[in-house]
Design a protein around this ligand. Structure first.
Ligand SMILES: *Cc1c(COP(=O)(O)O)cnc(C)c1O
Length: 427
């Protein structure tokens, strides 16, 4: 492809990679050690002048572009005024505006309030803090294949051992894992899968002991698994009956990624609490917990917060990002990407028997391979990387390729990326 000037990684990237080995802890990996110099909507330009087609958005972060003009402008304007005060010391308006947007955009028309943090894991931890405080119960229920972060509590909530949990224990107590809905493998309807999960909770934990069920409406790192229709509403209904808080972890699915503002919207599920991060601020670190006003207000003053949570520059970026989502109708854009990608990949799937399923929603799409080992996914990903297309893998078995293009990716660039992926799948 003419976008590449050197082999991938090029000589300058290799030089930086050698320097990195002396400076950066080995425990931080990089999918593709190509060092980036600049970016454009859907393109990453590396230090050797290679242009890579970005089908990963830095893990569903740069949904609005990289950077979106409205984000860059807002960040410049804010950093020139002030960079930080700490909202817990002397507050500022941007934090309020982000909370107002979140309260309006998240599912449900009931009164809501929000609190801001720095990372997804921090938001999930705080959702659990709030749920335990308000219910006076301790148990937290999560699902097979779930991913919620890398801090101690969120490692406990996360299903997969390697690489997230291996030798990092002991983990936080009072976390219980139950079966999820995985239509390709369990063959269950949503109602059947929910009955199985609920029976496990009632038998092994007890509804009365459960503070919260924490669930990704479409599982991300676990394999881009969309539950069978009816699964989420049935779990939410059981939570309501048993006084358990339904916490939707929309950190990867949020902000237009699945073709609606939040993936919960798809089946009209209204969570008690919702965690957001990744796509919220066009690349700046920001996260939030949003929920029913009476729940969010139950915690004593000073019980929630942090030095940087809701940093003014990150808040300005979020407001620019949300404005871009509205102005460019990125929900419609995500649905268009789904049509393009799914029809192409389904045609490819007919020509090969390595593919078990093409699935996903909006611009959160995946290919699961028949083989339950990482080998095929790794081979396909590497072939794409060698040709300058950034794709990511995921899945409990590592046998899934996931596509998370920026929602503003130009059609011709998406087509170019898919040409390469198709070639790799059929090779
Ligand atoms: C990425 C992710 C997290 C963790 O977010 P960080 O910002 O990396 O801490 C939590 N939950 C889900 C669903 C995620 O995709």
């Amino acid at each position: 492809m003419t976008r590449l000037r050197t082999a991938i990684p090029g000589p300058k990237s290799l030089e930086l990679q050698a320097r990195r080995k002396d400076a950066v802890a080995a425990g931080v990996g990089s999918t593709l050690p190509v060092y980036i110099d600049s970016a454009d909507d859907g393109l990453l330009i590396d230090v050797d002048g290679n242009q890579l087609v970005d089908l990963g958005s830095g893990i569903a972060v740069t949904n609005v572009g990289n950077p979106a003009p409205a984000v860059a402008e807002a960040v410049h304007a804010q950093i020139d005024r002030f960079s930080h005060t700490c909202f817990m010391i002397t507050p500022y308006e941007g934090y309020l505006e982000v909370c107002e947007e979140l309260n309006a955009l998240t599912p449900g028309s009931h009164p809501k309030k929000s609190v801001l943090f720095n990372s997804g894991a921090e938001a999930v931890e705080n959702a659990v803090k709030i749920a335990r405080h308000v219910t006076g119960r301790q148990a937290v229920v999560v699902f097979d294949h779930g991913y919620h972060g890398r801090t101690n509590l969120t490692m406990a909530l996360t299903a997969k051992n390697m690489p997230y949990k291996h030798r990092f224990g002991p983990f936080a107590p009072e976390v219980y894992r139950v079966p999820a809905s995985y239509p390709l493998h369990d063959g269950l309807t949503g109602a059947e899968a929910a009955r199985k999960a609920i029976a496990a909770i009632e038998k092994q934990v007890g509804g009365d002991n459960t503070a919260a069920v924490v669930i990704e409406p479409i599982q991300g790192e676990g394999g881009f698994i969309a539950p069978a229709e009816g699964f989420l509403p049935a779990i939410a209904e059981w939570c309501r009956e048993r006084g358990v808080l339904f916490v939707a972890d929309e950190i990867q699915t949020g902000f237009c990624r699945t073709g609606s503002w939040f993936a919960s919207d798809h089946e009209g599920v209204v969570p008690d609490l919702i965690t957001t991060a990744k796509g919220i601020a066009g690349g700046l670190p920001l996260a939030a917990v949003t929920g029913r006003a009476e729940i969010m207000d139950a915690v004593h003053v000073g019980g929630l917060g942090g030095t940087y949570g809701g940093n003014p520059v990150a808040c300005a970026a979020a407001l620019g990002a949300i404005r871009t989502m509205r102005e460019r109708d990125l929900n419609a854009q995500a649905r268009r990407i789904e049509e393009t990608v799914v029809s192409r990949l389904k045609a490819v799937a007919e020509k090969t028997d390595i593919i078990a399923e093409i699935r996903g929603r909006g611009a959160m799409l995946a290919i699961e391979f028949t083989e339950r080992t990482p080998d095929v996914a790794a081979r396909v990903a590497k072939a794409c990387h060698d040709q300058g297309v950034v794709v990511l893998t995921c899945g409990t078995y590592g046998n899934v390729i996931r596509l998370l293009p920026p929602l503003v990716i130009p059609d011709d660039l998406l087509a170019e990326g898919l040409d390469v992926l198709e070639g790799a799948l059929l090779a």
